[in-house]
Design a protein around this ligand. Sequence first.
Ligand code: FEO
Length: 392
Amino acid sequence: MKPREIVPGVQYVGAQDFDRRLFDALIPLPDGTSYNAYLVHGRDKTALIDTVEPAMLHVLQAHLKDVPRIDYLISNHTEQDHSGSIPWVLERYPGIELLSSEPAKPMLVDHLGLDAARIRTVADGEKLDLGGKTLRFIYTPWVHWPETMSTYLEEDKVLFSCDWFGSHIASTDLFVDGADCILAEAKRYYAEIMMPFRKIVQKNLEKIRALDIRLIAPSHGPVHRDPQSIIQAYRDWTDDMPHNTVVIPWVTMHGSTAIMVERLVNALSERGIAVFPFNMATADIGKLAMALVDAATLIVAAPTVHAGPHPMVLNAVILANALRPKVRFASIIGSYGWAGKMADVLKAAMPNLKVELLPPVICKGLPKPSDLEAIDKLADAVSAKHRELGLL
Ligand code: FEO
């Protein structure tokens, strides 16, 4: 594919990876992904913003085949899906100057083995004049790593945001206009890598509030022609107030936990609460992460394997603990055969969650009528807590 213009003088030179299905050996990619890179041509100088995942280097090489000179390579983010092809670019253009944020410099050395002498750091707010195209560097830490920065093209009002506002989707369409499907993909991406830094993302949103943005050109997924749509979505996702929803990661072995989950889903639903149950034996963990973005309550449902919780449910709790969603309340339900410390292990696995723990409901073997009544009481307790928050 030939380079395509996103605005006059700015070309897309990234790669669409339709076949990739897993990122970081953890994150499902149902729609593939892209590694976006952009070439900005000024009157006097040319700058390349980010590179591509090394596995797709051939695409970047094809895009740059007829580009004899590039003056600057701007690394917005050190993670290898954007920086991994920097060594090839430095070799292909020996005179190129590699620019990064100050925190990125040692990380580029650590992760890519680059010579520190080849990297010039730019300050927050510093500008680079290419001749009729002025790039301004804006430090936007923790979207997704601590060193991340965004680059703003002043004349054309384009924000090159790297990971934030991005989405894991491969497409031949370079642009999107606030479509719901892209917001869902972008929410999945926010949930998976930026939710733990929600408070800092809020600060970054304030930092760019005054910017006049016409296009947001992220480093994954399509370019946003309706920037306010994705910015507003980020404001909602990072807002401190959760929604009237409950997330239930669960697994069953012989049916007891499934009976409890079904009772709880119905009881919560009858009380006007939206419920998102995820059977962890088959669940897409990206969808679990998305549901955690807004949830007010997390209820973990597990059978007992030997003395502890089923590992698939424990895995969901470890993930939730790492993602640090804004949930306010949590509880545990489940069953055991003869003894066990299932609830204790699960409680100990969620230290990062600043939640009020509602009384667990643990039964021995098949749930009895009294166990199911306890589930109804748990639903009452969740309902009361949501009402206190003004969610109901
Ligand atoms: Fe797309 Fe954090 O790299």
